[in-house]
Ligand binder design. Structure first.
Ligand code: ADP
Ligand code: MG
Length: 482
């Protein structure tokens, strides 16, 4: 409890351009090795890079969405280092003048608290190739298909205060770039990955502690786990009287530990200098305004609109805006049944649909139950035709079979119509009171817990079909005259 934690993330997002940032090669994932590497990507002498305009526009969109300054003039720099998957011997990146800088993103913490995380800068750069080890013995393969794929590196201020916050921030950036359509966000294919900088300091101390950098974390869960063990490691080091060494570390998921990769290099080790082959990027206001007008509704705005238009809670709105697609699905369902409270529809989406999608690893666009059908199902709960537990079974059947059969037909087929007939419910309640004289007596004397037991008995003999609200009311009426 004596330590404060400080974290800053550097997130690498692959931009969803068709061709690479400085060449015409395709960026399509999954092609056979080196089939998408042109002479520019291979670093042949005499070839010249040509900047991809789409990559620039995407970076500007990100800047606009996060309130960043857009540099009227930015430049590309060479970051020099040697690695087999970097044939030129340098990576083209941006150093002193990034394309966008000085913005922020608001995140919602678990308890609903809002936090603003500063975005220092986001710069354009090219990705490196890949070294392949698995299919080879005694040597490694080099696949340069990824070399030259455009990346936007999004650097946060050291504003994050726990592993969980870092995870929330990373998810928020992921949601944002997907909303903006500037990245496919596919983490399995490496389109979205991050380096986490972690340090600790005594509680209340203002000065930043020495940080370590955890490289190449490519899942939300790993980011959180890696940061957590790194925090614990640093605390142990300091409490044992030693000092944290500034270095780059790797997270090993198997052992859930981090280990030294290399002692931290300084910026000047890279001998950054402006790339003489590329002109400065000049961005005019006209382009900025055009891109601003093309921005979609952003996650925050959508969340707030869902809360005020549809009377959803903060957490439900958060989930229903977690992707553009789920928000669209929800709104289509609401539109198709305007008399059903949106909350009722939201509940079914969260309880049934998201579960079914998860279980089948399906994207919501491939849902077997379309929005109009889930809306009809919600209307059946609303007008008391079925209970919400029966709705679960109906949903499963709709999902399993062909949902175009129609909700009413499935309800009938499964025999799940809710019993709301007063006479029928009266008889069932009378039976249960007669069969349980002791519990009925306790209930008469005001023991509320026992009502639950009696309701349960009625539900049992009705095979779950009695309207529970009505059963409670009838029981209270008969036993207490309420
Ligand atoms: P570099 O380019 O060497 O990686 P930067 O100074 O650009 O270093 O910082 C990279 C990231 O590290 C940023 O996200 C920043 O917020 C974070 N950071 C810097 N200092 C600290 C620190 N003491 N503790 C935690 N994070 C830090
Ligand atoms: Mg770094």
């Amino acid at each position: 409890m004596n330590w404060d934690v400080v974290i800053g993330l550097e997130i690498h997002t692959q931009l969803a351009t068709k061709s690479k940032i400085f060449s015409g090669s395709s960026t399509q994932y999954g092609a056979s090795p080196n089939s998408q590497a042109s002479l520019v990507d291979l670093g042949y002498p005499g070839v010249l890079p040509v900047l991809n305009r789409d990559a620039v526009c995407m970076a500007i969109k990100f800047g606009l969405a996060t309130g960043c300054q857009i540099s009227p003039r930015s430049i590309f720099a060479r970051k020099n280092y040697f690695y087999p998957d970097l044939p030129k011997g340098y990576q083209i990146s941006q150093y002193e003048l990034p394309i966008v800088y000085d913005g922020c993103l608001e995140i919602v913490l678990e308890d609903g608290e809002l936090r603003t995380i500063g975005i220092t800068r986001a710069h354009l750069e090219e990705d490196a190739g890949k070294s392949l080890h698995d299919d080879f013995r005694d040597h490694s393969g080099i696949d340069l298909n990824r070399a030259g794929t455009p990346l936007l590196e999004i650097v946060s201020e050291p504003d994050l205060r726990s592993a969980t916050e870092a995870g929330i921030y990373m998810r928020a950036i992921h949601t944002l770039v997907c909303y903006l359509g500037i990245s496919d966000g596919n983490m399995q294919e490496g389109s979205f990955r991050c380096d986490a900088n972690v340090s600790i300091r005594s509680r209340g101390e203002k000065k930043l502690g020495t940080r370590t950098e955890l490289k190449n974390l490519n899942s939300f869960r790993f980011v959180e786990k890696a940061i957590q063990v790194e925090i614990e490691r640093q605390i142990n080091v300091v409490e044992d009287g030693a000092e944290v060494v500034q270095e780059t570390r790797l997270y090993d998921a198997g052992s859930n530990t981090t280990r030294t990769m290399r002692i931290k290099e300084e910026a000047n080790d890279y001998r950054y200098f402006p790339d003489p082959d590329l002109l400065p990027v000049i961005i005019e206001d006209k382009l900025i305004e055009k891109l601003r007008s093309e921005l979609p509704e952003l996650p925050d705005a959508k969340r707030n609109r869902f809360i005020s238009n549809y009377a959803l809670s903060e957490t439900v709105a958060e989930e229903l805006t977690s992707t553009r697609e789920i928000g669209d699905y929800f709104e289509e369902a609401v539109k198709s049944q305007p008399s059903v409270p949106p909350k009722q529809i939201a509940k079914l989406i969260q309880r049934e649909l998201t579960e079914a999608l998860k279980k089948n690893s399906l994207n919501i666009k491939k849902s077997k139950v379309p929005p109009e059908i889930i809306a009809v199902l919600a209307s059946k709960i609303q007008d008391n035709s079925i209970s919400s537990s029966a709705a679960s079974a109906v949903f499963e059947e709709l999902w399993r079979t062909d949902s175009s059969i129609g909700v009413s037909n499935v309800i009938e087929k499964l025999g799940l119509e809710q019993i709301s007939n007063e006479g029928v419910i009266n008889t069932m309640v009378d039976d249960i009171i007669a069969q349980n004289p002791e519990q009925a007596e306790q209930c008469r004397k005001g023991k509320d817990k026992v009502i639950g037991f009696l309701v349960g008995q009625v539900m049992k003999i009705s095979r779950g079909k009695a309207n529970p609200q009505q059963v409670i009311q009838t029981l209270k009426n008969k036993l207490r005259g309420e």
